[in-house]
Design a binder for this molecule. Structure first.
Ligand code: TEU
Ligand code: CA
Length: 620
């Protein structure tokens, strides 16, 4: 309680916590350099804030600082690894390709499109969950980890998918959802049936709920009649949180992971993996943080006390013996925590996804606003500079949980393709491993939903029913429209044909603007966004400096300009981007060397709106 703000800031975990709070408030990090603020002591903050900062908040800061994780970041740098060189592609199978006309994408559909991915130059596919599931949350609620969801096909289809991918030199990442299971999973059913049996303690049961809330709205506790107890679910009411404190839970998970690795899968994306360690006694969360973030309890478990330990155990006993790759989904985790989770020598995760770059400060997914790419620049600058060289960053703008990036930055149809190309240039030339979400390569934008009936996502329904109580149905719908995860879940747009060539039947969710945006047209057009992605992917492979080379960011303080060098011993590449809609004077300095790719046909003394180009300024 007597620590000063500036001391907390000097501690890596403390730095992340303070940054997160400032980000949420939309305040500047420079505040901390302020002598008066920097010298404030924790105990004083509570007094000075007239109760706006509660004890729970301070206590969770203190306990996070005391996690005492002293294993140093390993300074090994630039080790070669396939996953540093690879371009990943996320497939959301429900919406990728339907093979049998039932309106739902499936494994055979995906197999039929593997040549498409090869043509684009993709090296590895991350497949969202395909396990047996009642689909309360589209497969993120798993009923049986060793079975394929009937709608998606059979285990034979899966085996074929894996071998067809491998034949084409592509790798497969499965989605590992082990923070929770479906309430229809055998373990949960047993836990309810026999509270004192082997599975009785596989989940969290309590007489009384604490104040944690669910990400999809409402309390995180559901009353289980048979046990006369409440069970914890951070996500939907059918996604029950597993109790990782129980060694048997961990052993069962490791068995299952090894079972898939025996089949030959190449790695996993680990769903909300930073939530797996809950603090003993499940203490209430801070109400202050709850208001700030929109969820109560998160600060107690998003970087839980045994997280690092569990990750090392998983890696040692399941991933490492198979040389499997892991990328963790780690919402809320800042730079320093990311480094602790992914530094090579610590043997926890290979890479992670954090999400703080997806909204600008002070905004949430459900706000309708224009995303300012200058924030992306400052975020990436900060990360690239403190991340390298011993950790590998993941580079992405989109996934199945977030609105489309083009829609967030600029809805003007006139700039759609040029903007899509700018985003592509940054994603494929910054330092890290790119993950492209299906449809991003053809510039798909948000769905065109007209009412709640057209939506399908449990998260949208939960948020809507919560919001309409306070702001009314119309405003609530508008917020949902801005942030709905369904925006990114509409079917892949293959062609101009009915339903965009996705299905011969009725699609499970409405299709997008197939007339102006589809893969077939773009593949036949050398100037299209699709062709641009293909060329950039090829370029990245041809120039190792884009993969292992160092990065030097220039023009840091100039608004709307994002310029950087990538260099290794052999070559230097120069990347030049205009992040805004105005012409920018180059100040007389034209890049030297040879232009390799650009989203404009020629060069000009100005950098034109959303212009992006890659130059080679020194070659062997
Ligand atoms: O998402 C986790 C997560 O915290 C959020 O990104 C989530 O999308 C939610 O909208 C927060 O408001 C992962 C999966 O990607 C997501 O699809 C699942 O619903 C969730 O975990 C539960 O498994
Ligand atoms: Ca189907």
């Amino acid at each position: 309680m007597s620590s000063r703000i500036i001391d907390i800031y000097r501690n890596p975990i403390g730095r992340d916590l303070l940054r997160k709070i400032l980000l949420q408030l939309g305040w500047s990090e420079k505040l901390i350099d302020n002598r008066i603020i920097g010298s404030l002591r924790l105990g004083w903050i509570q007094r000075l804030s007239f109760g706006r900062v509660d004890r729970g908040l301070l206590e969770s800061i203190i306990s996070l600082l005391n996690t005492g994780d002293s294993i140093p970041e390993d300074k090994i740098s630039n080790t070669r690894a396939w996953w540093k060189e690879a371009v990943f592609y996320q497939v959301y199978p429900r919406s990728f390709m339907d093979s049998n006309g039932d309106g739902t994408g499936d494994l055979r559909g995906l197999i039929s499109r593997l040549d498409y991915l090869s043509a684009l130059g993709i090296d590895a596919v991350w497949l969202s969950p395909v396990y047996d599931s009642p689909n309360d949350d589209n497969g993120y609620d798993i009923r049986d980890y060793r079975k394929i969801m009937a709608e998606f096909g059979t285990m034979e289809d899966f085996d074929e998918l894996l071998s067809e991918l491998h034949k084409r030199g592509m790798r497969l990442l499965m989605d590992l959802v082990v923070n929770h299971t479906s309430d229809e999973h055998e373990w949960f059913k047993e836990a309810v049936r026999e509270p004192l049996g082997k599975f009785g303690d596989y989940y969290f049961f309590r007489d009384k709920p604490n104040n944690w809330t669910s990400y999809f709205g409402g309390s995180a506790w559901r009353y289980i009649e048979e046990r006369k107890e409440y069970a914890l679910h951070l996500f939907s009411q059918k996604q029950m949180d597993l109790n990782w404190e129980n060694k048997d839970v961990r052993e069962d998970i490791k068995d299952m992971v090894r079972w898939w690795l025996e089949k030959g899968v190449d790695g996993f994306r680990l769903d909300v993996i930073n939530y797996i360690s809950k603090p003993k006694g499940l203490p209430d969360g801070s109400e202050v943080i709850g208001k700030l973030m929109g969820f109560t309890g998160v600060e107690t478990y998003f970087y839980g006390p045994r997280l690092n330990e569990y990750l090392r155990e998983l890696k040692r006993d399941a991933f490492e013996p198979y040389g499997a790759f892991t990328v963790g989904e780690t919402p809320g985790v800042g730079i320093e925590m990311m480094k602790l989770l992914t530094a090579e020598g610590r043997k926890e995760l290979d890479m992670a996804f954090s999400f703080d770059h997806l909204e600008t400060p002070g905004h949430s997914r459900f706000d309708e606003y224009r995303y300012d790419l200058n924030y992306y620049k400052s975020f990436m600058t900060q990360h690239m500079e403190s991340y390298s060289p011993y950790c590998q960053m993941s580079l992405f703008y989109e996934n199945h949980d977030n609105p489309r990036m083009i829609s967030k930055v600029d809805k003007d149809e006139k700039v759609r393709w040029i903007l899509g190309k700018l985003l592509a240039v940054m994603q494929l030339t910054l330092k890290g491993t790119p993950f492209i979400f299906q449809g991003q390569e053809i510039g798909m934008v948000n769905g065109r939903f007209k009412s709640m009936e057209e939506l399908r996502d449990v998260d949208s329904f939960g948020k809507f029913s919560e919001l309409k109580e306070t702001i009314g149905e119309e405003k609530a719908f508008n917020r949902i429209l801005a942030g709905s995860r369904d925006n990114a879940r509409i079917p892949m747009q293959w062609s101009k044909k009915e339903n965009g060539g996705f299905t011969d039947g009725t699609p499970w969710i409405g299709t997008g603007d197939i007339e102006v945006c589809n893969a077939e047209d773009q593949m036949g057009d050398k100037a299209s966004l699709w062709s641009f992605y293909r060329d950039l992917i090829a370029l990245r492979k041809k120039h190792p400096a884009l993969i292992y080379g160092e990065i030097e960011i220039t023009n840091k303080d100039r608004k709307d300009i994002f310029t950087y060098f990538r260099r290794d011993e052999k070559e230097t590449l120069y990347i030049e981007c205009n992040l805004g809609r105005e012409n920018i004077r180059r100040k007389g300095v034209m890049p030297t060397g040879r232009m390799l790719i650009s989203n404009y046909e020629d060069t000009d003394e100005h950098l034109r709106p959303y212009e992006a180009s890659v130059w080679i300024t020194k070659e062997d």
